[in-house]
Write a protein of this length. Structure first.
Length: 263
């Protein structure tokens, strides 16, 4: 049976991803991805009820293909993105990041230690690139009337590959990347709080909830990383899944996207 971390990914597959797709710039690959989403989500869900192995991995390959279609749509928009401003650039970044999550999803269902990393790191990476890598840049783009939101969006887009490089090459680089990401997401949340009063009732409440949730989630992330590198382990990974994961997934990503969807 799926545990909490698997359920967090499925939340992204069933709610976060389709909501995010609705905001992406139109093109044929994105339109096709919208049509194929339901089938890919069903297969990914079935995969989590099977033992780790080749069958479970095969069932999530269509999800990776879905990510690839969205990334292809991003490539088609590369020519015009720099003429259309920073909000569109952030939207474009969101179209590329989920491919990394899809690759890690296939690896985690096959049981392959990608780049030598054990579980739950592989699964957590798949989750991360469907929330912070996908939903967060979209939210930054949608709140683009706030310069703080755009600045936060740029920081999280830049901080994500720094964290990946840190995992591969240097613990210090990872600390720097986590710091950039935490600060950037908090800056984005403040930008959302600036924009929220201009929205109608429920959308305003949802965007405010999104902002406050992620501030709490990023504080927990900072505490976890500090404890990890000092050897104190103040917050264990299962606790982070219940706290940071739910705050970031349900509070920040889902509530934020629903706020803009209401408009």
């Amino acid at each position: 049976m799926p545990g909490l971390m698997e359920l967090l990914f499925l939340l992204a597959a069933w709610l976060i991803y389709p909501l995010g797709l609705s905001f992406l710039p139109p093109c044929a690959p994105v339109s096709l991805a919208r049509k194929l989403h339901l089938a890919a989500a069903i297969l990914a869900t079935v995969s989590f009820f099977l033992p780790i192995g080749i069958t479970a991995a095969a069932l999530v390959v269509p999800w990776l293909g879905l990510n690839g279609l969205v990334a292809l749509g991003g490539l088609l928009h590369l020519k015009t993105v720099f003429k259309e401003g920073l909000p569109r650039l952030l939207m474009l970044a969101a179209m590329f990041f989920p491919v990394v999550g899809g690759i890690h999803l296939v690896a985690t269902r096959y049981g392959y230690p990608l780049a030598g990393f054990p579980e739950p790191i592989i699964l957590l990476t798949a989750i991360h690139f469907h929330y912070t890598g996908f939903a967060a840049p979209i939210l930054a783009s949608l709140a683009g009337r706030s310069k703080l939101a755009l600045l936060g969006g740029l920081g999280l887009v830049g901080g994500t590959p720094v964290i990946a490089a840190g995992f591969l090459f240097s613990p210090i680089l990872k600390i720097v990347g986590v710091g950039i990401l935490c600060v950037s997401v908090i800056v984005l949340s403040i930008g959302q709080l600036i924009v929220a009063p201009s929205l109608p009732g429920r959308a305003r409440a949802l965007l405010t909830l999104s902002s406050l949730s992620v501030i709490a989630g990023m504080v927990l992330a900072g505490i976890y990383e500090h404890g990890f590198y000092t050897g104190r382990t103040w917050i264990a990974i299962p606790t982070m899944a219940w706290s940071h994961g739910i705050l970031n997934g349900v509070g920040f990503s889902l509530a934020g996207l629903l706020a803009w969807r209401r408009l």
